[in-house]
Each structure stands twice: as structure tokens, then as C-alpha cells.
Design a protein around this ligand. Structure first.
Ligand code: MN
Length: 242
């Protein structure tokens, strides 16, 4: 199997996992940078993640353009992905979702920060982006490169960004990593919200040193640990080959 075919297999599996774990529903998407041409990325045609097969995967330029002869309909919000790949050369995979627990934070202007070791891959903070600041009243969908770039600028060097009244976007150095971070962003949001309701005491967030230590450990990629252990588990639950 070629590197490209393997990556497409992982991208299909990631779509099923994210749907099965309720990070995405009928909407939301995951992409991966093209393995041999960093000026392109792979993303399904406009389709619900649960239904995606290898034949649905399209190749897009970073500006969202299709390849000649491909008449399939891409996602409107493909610019989220292209703009992030353009701004962040080290990023290899991007997830955009409307996962529920994350959304209240953007509504009140509160950022998300890791509260448990499992969500250390979020980095120090997940900042907030608001379409209205630059684009005024829109339907909130990221429907142009200008909007995608503005969102990517708000994310800056972080591993994710909250999108006011919409959802969130997270990035990673692999499909396995970004699925992990998307899953634990949702979990962290739920826990952070619960902690804020439990007491007026300030939340005891993870320190920068703790976050650095967690990312260092998980990036070692030891077999049976971290991303690979979670990936195998989620593949089994979603009924796809790991
Ligand atoms: Mn969206």
C-alpha cells in the first residue's frame, strides 16, 4: 500500500471515529496535508463524516481550489484547513467541529485551558476568534480564504481556536494526534465548565511546565501509549481497521 493510500485509510478511519465519539455529527470535517506535496491537502467531498469512504477524498490546493477534472462538491468551509496549512508549515492535520461543550466558552469570551493531563496537547491556551470583529454580520461560516486566514491568525501558534457562535478548530502533527486533541478539547471543556460551576474558587489549571512535560512525554510516541493506544481503542469502537 502506498503512503498516500495509507493516509487516506487513516483519514477515513478518523472521520468514523470523530462521528462515533460525537465530536462531529452531520457536520464537521478532518483533513490531512498531502504526504508528498505540502501545497495540497486531502479532505472529503461535502458529506457527513460517518458516511465517508476512501472514494470521497478530494485533493485541494491550499486556497481551496479543486484539481482539474474533479467535479465533486467540496465543503464550503474548506478554507479553515487551507489557511491553517498555509500559516503553519508544521501542521499536518486539522479538525473542525461544532462539539457542544466547547461552544459556551466562546459565547462569554472565556478561553479554554487544560485542566487535566489528558488534555495537555491543547497547549497553554485555546484562544477565541470572532468573525464579527473583522467581517461584521455574516452567517458565521468560514467561506473565504480571508476568513480562514483571520481565524488562523487568531489561533497563532496554539493548537486550537474557539469560534464564537460556531465551534472550534484544532491542529496536530498527525491524524492520530489531532483526533486525540479534538476529543480531549471536548472533554476538557466539559470539565472546565463543571469546575467553574462547583465553586467560586479559581480553577487550578495545569501549569505551563506541566503542559510542556505532558507534550514531551506523549511526543515520544512509545508503542501502546498516548496517541497510538487511544487510536487503536477508538478504531475498535468505530468498527474500522486500526
Ligand atoms: Mn462549521
Amino acid at each position: 500500500m502506498s503512503t498516500l493510500d495509507k493516509l487516506i485509510g487513516d483519514l477515513v478511519a478518523a472521520n468514523r471515529i470523530l462521528a462515533n465519539e460525537h465530536i462531529v455529527d452531520g457536520f464537521g470535517h478532518i483533513s490531512v496535508r498531502h504526504p508528498t506535496d505540502p501545497s495540497k491537502f486531502l479532505l472529503s467531498r461535502a458529506r457527513s463524516p460517518e458516511l465517508i469512504e476512501a472514494e470521497d477524498i478530494m485533493v485541494l490546493d491550499l486556497d481551496g481550489s479543486k484539481q482539474p477534472g474533479d467535479d465533486r462538491k467540496p465543503y464550503l468551509e474548506r478554507f479553515i484547513h487551507g489557511a491553517v496549512y498555509e500559516r503553519r508549515p508544521e501542521v499536518q492535520s486539522v479538525v473542525h467541529s461544532h462539539s457542544r461543550s466547547v461552544i459556551p466558552f466562546g459565547l462569554v469570551g472565556e478561553t479554554i485551558r487544560p485542566v487535566v493531563h489528558s488534555s495537555g496537547t491543547l497547549g497553554y491556551e485555546v484562544p477565541l476568534w470572532d468573525t464579527r470583529t473583522k467581517f461584521g454580520d455574516t452567517n458565521l461560516l468560514v467561506s473565504s480564504m480571508a476568513m480562514g486566514r483571520d481565524m488562523a491568525d487568531a489561533m497563532a501558534g496554539n493548537n486550537g481556536v474557539l469560534m464564537r457562535g460556531h465551534g472550534s478548530t484544532v491542529v496536530g502533527k498527525s491524524i492520530q494526534e489531532v483526533v486525540y486533541t479534538a476529543y480531549y478539547l471536548e472533554w476538557n471543556a466539559s470539565l472546565q465548565l463543571q469546575a467553574s460551576m462547583l465553586s467560586r474558587n479559581p480553577i487550578n489549571f495545569l501549569t505551563k511546565g506541566e503542559v510542556d512535560s505532558i507534550i514531551g512525554r506523549i511526543s515520544d510516541g512509545l508503542p501502546g501509549e498516548g496517541f497510538s493506544r487511544a487510536w487503536d481503542y477508538w478504531c475498535r469502537r468505530a468498527g474500522v481497521a486500526g
